[in-house]
Design a protein around this ligand. Structure first.
Ligand code: PHB
Length: 397
């Protein structure tokens, strides 16, 4: 027997309580605007999903300046550069010297934990583990319907609905086909990711191009490291022994006296890879944010940063509409957010195509890639451009 849904009201309904949804809920609360955020995953599931770990300096500021938590400053680590490695030699791109900026290594799961804790601390309305989520009437008075983890059905009517529900977004489907354009770019490769119990091999991240393919040496803590290497999308991680993984990684990063520290591998995953943008990011009273509207290949470490910038802009326009009586500001959301999205798409595409080998690539392609890398590391202008893109741009006006 199904019971009658419990009727509720909130100014802003947020589908998806990952970093984008929670950050928006947090920012809105600071402006006195109420919201209800729901997620079909439990808090534990989100906390235990490993995602990328680089925060642009504006993302760090958004966390610290708005009182989420300063844990990023005490538990994260500031990186003033990265290494680009090719032809067996490493080349440092010094962000601080080149553009006066840095990034922070602080995993997305920790950002999520800080935001979830802050929402709990501030009495935010966040409901994890809901099911059967549906949305309707997004061009009028939107409704967010779902069943709570205790089995009770709820219907929350809102003035504005935000789809921060990830790459498989249900909210995105509410934008009629005739009114939207989806842009895709598929890549013929994926990333094999591992978590390793070992000391750090280098103080900063190493992005490597090798004839056998891309490799990335990243970190988590003094004793836990994250590494990736380019693989075929059909790769089954279970078929890869630890020895085979180390052979592959060691071959790709070898040279110039560099030594990669090995250790027990505690996780093996194959990560999909694509570029995607849904335009526009607004339809009526529905606003898309983060992965619901766009995905980038992980090479530029932009996914989480873009999501946080989306909600920073979204908060500004919602605050203007609700508190200043300026609903016309809502019209700017999509254009403002998309400006940065396409800059990040371009950067992520460039990092990806410059560092990965394409199946069947010609010797010309390989030499051209090396020429591209050389033109970055041998020129302060080339290096500064990469540094500017990697550390992030100012919020779009
Ligand atoms: C990570 O640490 O997981 C990571 C870092 C940089 C990237 C992608 C992933 O570009």
């Amino acid at each position: 027997m199904t019971s009658k849904p419990i009727q509720e009201r909130t100014p802003v309904g947020i589908v998806g309580a990952g970093p984008a949804g929670l950050m928006l809920s947090h920012l809105l609360a600071r402006s006195g605007i109420g919201s209800v955020a729901i997620d079909n995953r439990t808090r534990e599931v989100i906390e235990n999903t490993n995602r990328a770990g680089i925060l642009e300096q504006d993302s760090v500021r958004l966390l610290t300046d708005t009182g989420v938590d300063g844990r990023v400053l005490t538990h994260g680590s500031e990186h003033e550069g990265i290494e680009l490695r090719f032809n067996g030699a490493g080349h440092r791109i010094h962000f601080k010297d080149l553009v006066g900026a840095s990034v922070w290594l602080y995993p997305q799961t920790d950002v999520f934990i800080d935001l979830a804790d802050a929402r709990e601390r501030d009495g935010g309305d966040v409901r994890f583990g809901v099911s059967d989520t549906r949305v309707r009437d997004v061009t009028g008075k939107p409704v967010m319907a779902f069943t709570e983890s205790d089995g009770t059905p709820h219907e929350v009517s809102c003035d504005y609905l935000v789809g921060a529900d990830g790459s498989h977004s249900i909210c995105r489907g509410e934008v009629p086909e005739a009114l939207r354009t989806h842009f895709f770019k598929e890549y013929p490769f994926a990333w094999f990711g591992i978590m390793v119990e070992a000391p750090m091999s280098a103080p900063e991240l190493i992005y490597t191009r090798h004839e056998r393919g891309f490799a990335l040496i990243s970190q988590r803590t003094e004793t836990l490291q994250r590494m990736y290497f380019q693989c075929d999308p059909s790769t089954d991680p279970a078929q890869w022994s630890d020895d085979r993984i180390w052979d592959e990684l060691q071959t790709r990063v070898a040279g110039g006296g560099f030594s990669l520290e090995e250790g027990p591998i505690t996780e093996k995953v194959v990560l999909p890879f694509r570029s995607f943008v849904a335009e526009p990011m607004r339809h009526g009273n529905l606003f898309l944010a983060g992965d619901a509207a766009h995905t980038v290949p992980p090479t530029g470490a932009k996914g989480l940063n873009l999501a946080l910038q989306d909600v920073k802009v979204l908060h500004e326009v919602l605050d203007g509409a609700v508190n200043l009586g300026k609903p016309e500001l809502l019209e700017e959301y999509s254009t403002r957010a998309l400006r940065r999205v396409w800059m990040a798409q371009q950067f992520s595409y460039r990092m990806t195509t410059m560092l990965h080998t394409l199946p069947g690539q010609t010797p010309f392609d390989a030499r051209r890639q090396l020429g591209q890398l050389e033109s970055i590391v041998s020129s302060p202008y080339g290096s500064a451009h990469l540094a500017e893109c990697y550390t992030g741009w100012p919020t779009a006006p």
